[in-house]
Design a protein around this ligand. Structure first.
Ligand code: PNS
Length: 165
């Protein structure tokens, strides 16, 4: 039996906490599809195609069973399209739990055949979030501990371009 999981998120942009979860999940499942939610209304820093391309570079060493895809709409529909029986989400701290529980229970109501599995982020990434990294970078702070190398570079370039317009 092939165990397939999706790991959905905004990933605007992917952090070291996300990458840590992807790495752990890649060891647990036969196929892992990282799902980038395409939500232009949120005015992301990187559009969905850019986020997919960045994540592909970050997970290149995890193996051919890990892929990245953008999606619109419901996570459970994305999971079904890929034949996934599992949704992976990362938990950094207790503060994540309430929202994640609500999401997991909603997804179970919508798709009882799909289970959400939670993976704990490594302790050193427990404080990291995409929005915090963007804020630190915006004010010139060092984000190299928070973001994978290609992401930190792309974020720096994006902020410099934005500052020029
Ligand atoms: O990285 P994020 O922003 O915490 O990810 C949230 C995400 C994308 C997993 C969640 O918003 C989501 O699943 N959106 C798709 C719409 C959906 O399925 N909603 C019902 C489940 S809450």
């Amino acid at each position: 039996m092939t165990r397939t999981a999706v790991f959905p998120g905004s990933f605007d942009p992917m952090t070291n906490a996300h990458l840590d979860v992807a790495r752990r999940a890649s060891g647990l499942f036969d196929r892992l599809i990282i799902g980038v939610l395409n939500n232009p209304k949120k005015e992301p820093m990187f559009d969905a195609d850019e986020r997919v391309a960045l994540i592909e570079r970050c997970v290149a060493d995890l193996g051919g069973h890990v892929s990245v895809d953008a999606f619109d709409g419901l996570t459970v529909d994305f999971a079904r399209r890929h034949g996934a029986g599992f949704i992976v989400r990362g938990l950094r701290a207790v503060s994540d739990f309430e929202a994640e529980l609500q999401m997991a229970l909603t997804n179970r109501k919508l798709a009882p055949e799909i289970d959400t599995t939670f993976l704990m982020t490594a302790l050193e990434h427990g404080y990291v979030s995409s929005s915090l990294a963007k804020e630190v970078a915006r004010f010139g702070g060092d984000v190299t501990a928070m973001l994978p190398g290609p992401v930190a570079t792309a974020l720096g370039e994006r902020l410099r371009t934005k500052a020029r317009v």
